[in-house]
Design a protein around this ligand. Structure first.
Ligand code: XMP
Length: 520
């Protein structure tokens, strides 16, 4: 029997919301197992007694077109607590005799809601004035209360912002409790799973590890897998996970692109080859990368060239190793959201992350991406469960295209050497001052302008170094780190005094959005 079937769980029925994975994450972080199924696939006959509660997600559909899409309505006849979120709230209302229509005023963003009545769902959710800030994102709304439901809270535009049928344990919320912008969203979800569904904690990073190992074995079977190892947290966790799952059938390929941080090759070889005894192939492709990138300054071109070269190297080694069927990658959930465009529209693509959007369509290897539904902090916990060292787990993210995207303009060996040094001094200073772990990601970049300076009595005309340090939860939004003036002064002096080629240092104070974390 698979691990899933044995475990009590919360079932999340997905109607296509971009936040569905966030619902699952909120439940996982409470130590409870959850499973996501598409509304098209879930059947009431498969709802067994391991399912202690159901959450209906949001989604882009319209409830009044219910006949156009498939959903087994008998599910709501089961005696299981249900929480409907946004669209889920609307469909739950409709199926219980309520009415849904397009609302006069759309509600997007932060909205204040007012408590009307007590409910177990809202324990500790409202403030003393019986108000709470929630994140709304809807154009339709419930216009007639379903039978036997009562109103728990309302906003100015949504009379039925929270509703309940206490007897049946059905709850509907028009807003998104799973996003961090909803003030006490986590509390509301916890009240649903623990106080209403009465599920017990049953899920830990160890269970997560075992489940992922089981899944990888099932996908890979007897075939060989190559893994693109960069030495960053994500690919290191994938490599170690696959090492545990399939041992010698795994071949890690570490490509030295010449665009890595200072001493990176040595550290990766020491950890993975010597310490963890993973099958590791070291490919020095420095010259090839620099040749292909010569005179290229367009960011997307850089990314595509690097992505394609990576894949052709992997394919070449896959042929050499023979019988390789899979390529393992450390793709995370936020990478998928940003690269693939959640809404499906072309325009919302931000960048081609080299391990997602940059892949050529004709790639011959099948992908194994065991972390694709996880967020960075969850990957770190998993890494620690896999006995990876603290040093690897707590490393700041480093993008696949490496220093190429931290050097706007053309790439030269001279610029790479200057940048490697600047980055090294910056990161070392953060570590020395115990700031490294307070910061989500930090790096130095080299801007393609030279400015005039004076050192000693001499004029200098050298590059501009940009430092970036941000705080973030998952890399999807970020704020700049507020350094003390003394630190900024110290690091600026250190870089200029020690590195020939830089005579000016600036600190990037933009958040994401409007900027992105990387420069390109
Ligand atoms: P942006 O610049 O999009 O970065 O705000 C968000 C996070 O993603 C990392 N990043 C990448 N990671 N391949 C990767 O593996 C890539 O092509 C890539 N581009 C950006 C970035 O460092 C940050 O942590």
């Amino acid at each position: 029997m698979s691990l899933d079937k044995k475990l009590n769980k919360i079932l999340i029925i997905d109607f296509g919301s971009q936040f569905t994975q966030l619902i699952a994450r909120r439940i996982r972080e409470q130590g409870v197992f959850s499973k996501i199924v598409s509304h098209k696939k879930v059947k009431s006959k498969n709802i067994d007694n391991s399912i202690k509660g159901i959450i209906l997600s949001g989604g882009p559909l319209n409830v009044y077109e219910i006949n156009k899409y498939s959903f087994d309505r008998k599910i709501i006849k089961k005696e299981i607590p249900i929480l409907g979120i946004c669209f889920g709230h609307q469909i739950l209302s409709k199926l219980n005799g309520g009415r849904v229509k397009q609302s006069k005023y759309r509600e997007f963003g932060l909205v204040k809601i007012n408590k009307k009545k007590d409910s177990i769902l809202i324990k500790n959710f409202f403030n003393r004035e019986n108000k709470s800030k929630v994140w709304m994102s809807h154009a339709d709304q419930v216009s007639k209360l379903p039978k036997n439901f009562t109103v728990i809270a309302s906003s100015q535009n949504s009379k039925f912002a929270i509703i309940e049928n206490k007897k049946k344990k059905f709850y509907g919320v028009q807003f998104h409790p799973e996003v961090t912008h909803t003030e006490n969203g986590k509390k509301l979800i916890n009240n649903f799973i623990f106080l209403i569904c009465k599920i017990k904690k049953n899920w830990s990073p160890k269970d997560q590890k075992l489940k992922l190992i089981q899944e990888v074995r099932k996908i890979v079977e007897k075939n060989k897998v190559i893994c693109a190892l960069s030495g960053g947290v994500d690919s290191s966790v994938v490599a170690q996970l696959l090492n545990k799952a399939i041992g010698k059938k795994l071949y890690c390929i570490f490509v030295n692109t010449g665009l890595l941080r200072k001493n990176e090759e040595m550290q990766v070889l020491k950890t993975f080859k010597k310490k963890l005894k993973i099958n590791l192939i070291y490919v020095n492709a420095e010259k090839e990368f620099l040749r292909k990138l010569k005179n290229i300054s367009d960011p997307e071109k850089k990314r595509k060239i690097i992505g394609n070269l990576f894949i052709s190297i992997f394919e070449k080694y896959a042929k050499k190793i023979k019988n390789v069927k899979f390529l393992a990658q450390g793709t995370l959930y936020p990478d998928l959201i940003e690269s693939k465009s959640v809404t499906g529209s072309q325009t919302s693509k931000i960048k081609s992350h080299h391990n997602v959007g940059g892949l050529p369509k004709k790639m011959k290897l099948k992908l194994v991406e065991p972390l694709k539904y996880l967020f960075k902090d969850e990957v770190r916990k998993l890494g620690s469960e896999l006995n990876l060292s603290k040093e690897i787990i707590s490393r700041h993210p480093f993008p696949g295209p490496g220093l190429a995207i931290r050097m706007p303009g053309i790439i030269t060996k001279e610029k790479i050497n200057i940048l490697k040094e600047a980055d090294f001094y910056f990161i070392q200073a953060l570590k020395d001052q115990n700031l490294y772990n307070e910061i989500w990601q930090a790096y130095a970049a080299l801007l393609p302008v030279k400015t005039v300076g004076v050192m000693g009595d001499n004029r200098t005309y050298e590059y501009l170094c940009l430092l970036r340090a941000i705080t973030s939860e998952d890399g999807m939004t970020a704020d700049f780190y507020d350094f003390k003036k003394t630190f900024i002064q110290m690091i600026s002096n250190k870089i200029i005094n020690n590195i020939r080629g830089i005579n000016r240092v600036v600190y990037d104070i933009t958040s994401k959005p409007p900027s992105t974390i990387e420069l390109e």
